[in-house]
Ligand binder design. Structure first.
Ligand code: NAD
Length: 502
């Protein structure tokens, strides 16, 4: 292993810094080569970041909200100006095609834009004369030091779901990005410094369980936002809560798309192609399952998907002509391939087999072609478990009620959608389905930045969803003040009954 590889360092108090003796390899998934190393923070390094965030908090909390918001407005411009460099890092470390990296960045920028409205969102509530000469108001105060732990699959967008609103609300923040693709979040944090964020307000520590556990257990950290897989989300939620923190932990998914017999099948097929295979299926809102109502619907959907898959181009994300890049790591590639083998062994019909594709010039990349299964059934592992790869399964049912029963019985409830032209069916579906984000003829119903994002069931642990209005509530504490200025000289006797307006 050459020793000249660059090391991605932490950003603490506005300075890039090493910290910890351990490092992890960062691969380019399109080539299979290690291109960088990332420092893995030890406990002491994370504690130093927490101390800096703690020290920066009083001045930042008392900075007028409008001034904090202006940093976000400037950052938005800097992100737009540096989009090419940021997306190049995302594609180099994650593998997704550049147009997809740009889409993710744009969604992140929209969260920065929403955070710039913080002065309006923090205005609070006021009531005059709640009693004789008594006024009352509620305000939303910052919590202190908050932390965010993010997944590999949206390395630039998911951090932007968290820290811009947290700091716009007056908190300071420690971000722990995924160690698999850490560079873009670090570059964005440096742009935030350039935009005027004071050192220490946003710190970035890279790392693994040791860094995360330090954040989860240190009493100075008041709130934790997590996005990642369900087993880790559950661990983060229970550990963080038992250490007295406010926690929101967004987990995994297995999103079903229902296709009704009256759906516009060619449009549904096109929508499913992007939703199933975009970003190589590595999206928590991806569609890995189609529930086709009626055999004729299933046959038509499968025929359409087969035709479209044959046109797809798989290759390095840097090539504009490619639709789908590689999976993120060799280990993940092996896992996804293992699921395809499992599906065959379980008796599902492998209609399109993407294993064994070769990308000339990138023979060592983690490329898996689109895979399509028919006759997938509940109980099969490829039905139950999150695969997080380019593997789409079709389940055949007879009625909409059957489809909804399947979705409701699944442990995850992140996203779902229905393709239909029947308004009554769509309305019944959106009203009753036990899922947090629902699309009607929209395959990826990812809420815009001024709504909030979150699943139901085992896709989210905690009460408040991510970003949007819920983020303002998550990153602030309500304080209600009741104030009276009695006229001088007026004397009142002691009152022993509970004060009321009767
Ligand atoms: P992951 O759970 O492996 O890792 C997420 C974060 O947790 C990383 O920063 C990682 O360093 C840290 N981590 C991993 N193992 C840990 C441990 N044992 N203790 C403490 N920290 C640990 O997830 P991933 O593979 O990076 O991302 C993919 C997953 O994220 C998928 O399950 C996907 O559905 C989910 N996801 C969910 C959403 C959502 O909004 N619900 C969005 C994006 C991704």
């Amino acid at each position: 292993m050459p020793t000249t590889l660059p090391t991605i360092e932490h950003l603490i108090n506005g300075q890039r810094t090493a910290g910890g003796t351990r490092t992890a390899d960062v691969f380019n998934p399109a080539t299979g080569q290690v291109e960088k190393r990332v420092a893995l923070a030890d406990k002491l390094t994370v504690e130093a970041a927490i101390a800096n965030a703690q020290a920066a908090y009083p001045a930042w909390r008392n900075t007028p909200p409008l001034k904090r918001a202006r940093v976000m407005s400037t950052l938005k411009v800097l992100l737009e100006q540096n989009a090419e460099a940021i997306c190049a890092l995302v594609t180099a470390e994650h593998g997704k095609v550049l147009s997809d990296s740009l889409g993710e960045l744009q969604r992140g920028i929209e969260n920065v834009e929403y955070a710039s409205y913080a002065p309006e969102l923090l205005k609070g509530e006021h009531s005059k004369n709640v009693g004789p000469a008594i006024d009352s108001w509620s305000e939303f105060q910052a919590l202190g030091v908050c932390a965010g732990i993010t997944p590999f699959n949206f390395p630039v967008m998911v951090p932007l779901w968290m820290w811009p609103m947290a700091v716009a609300c007056g908190n300071t923040f420690i971000l722990k990005p995924s160690e698999r693709d850490p560079s873009s979040a670090l570059l964005v944090a440096e742009l935030a410094l350039q935009a005027g964020l004071p050192p220490g307000v946003l710190n970035v520590v890279h790392g693994d369980k040791e860094a995360v556990d330090t954040l989860l257990t240190d009493a100075r950290v008041k709130a934790i936002s997590f996005v990642g897989s369900t087993p880790i989300a559950e661990y983060i939620y229970s550990t963080g809560c038992s250490h007295g923190k406010r926690v929101q932990a967004l987990g995994g998914a297995k999103n079903h798309a229902v296709v009704m017999p009256d759906a516009d099948i060619p449009n549904a097929v096109n929508a499913l192609m992007g939703a199933a295979y975009g970003s190589c299926g590595e999206r928590c809102m991806a569609i890995p399952l189609v529930v086709a109502v009626g055999d004729a619907t299933a046959d038509a959907v499968i025929a359409g998907l087969k035709t479209e898959i044959a046109k797809m181009k798989v290759g390095p994300g840097t090539q504009a002509s490619c639709d789908m890049g590689p999976l993120v790591t060799q280990a993940h590639f092996d896992k996804v391939k293992g699921y395809v083998e499992q599906g065959v062994a379980e008796g599902a019909t492998l209609v399109v087999d993407g294993r064994g594709i070769s990308v000339p010039g990138n023979e060592h990349g983690y490329f898996l072609g689109a895979c399509l299964f028919d006759h997938v059934k509940p109980g099969m592992r490829i039905y139950q478990e999150e695969i997080f790869g380019p593997v789409l399964g079709v389940v055949r049912v007879k009625t909409l009620a059957d489809a909804m029963d399947l979705i409701d019985a699944h442990e995850y409830g992140n996203g779902t959608c229905i393709f239909t032209r029947d308004g009554e069916a769509a309305r019944y579906f959106t009203d009753n389905i036990l899922v947090g984000m629902v699309g009607v003829n929209v395959p990826l119903p990812v809420p815009v930045a001024y709504h909030s994002f979150g699943g139901w069931k085992r896709s989210l642990f905690g009460d408040l969803h991510g970003y949007g209005p819920d983020a303002v509530r998550f990153y602030t504490k309500r304080k209600t003040i009741t104030q009276r200025w009695p006229s001088a000289g007026v004397r009142e006797g002691a009152v022993f009954s509970f004060p009321s307006s009767k």
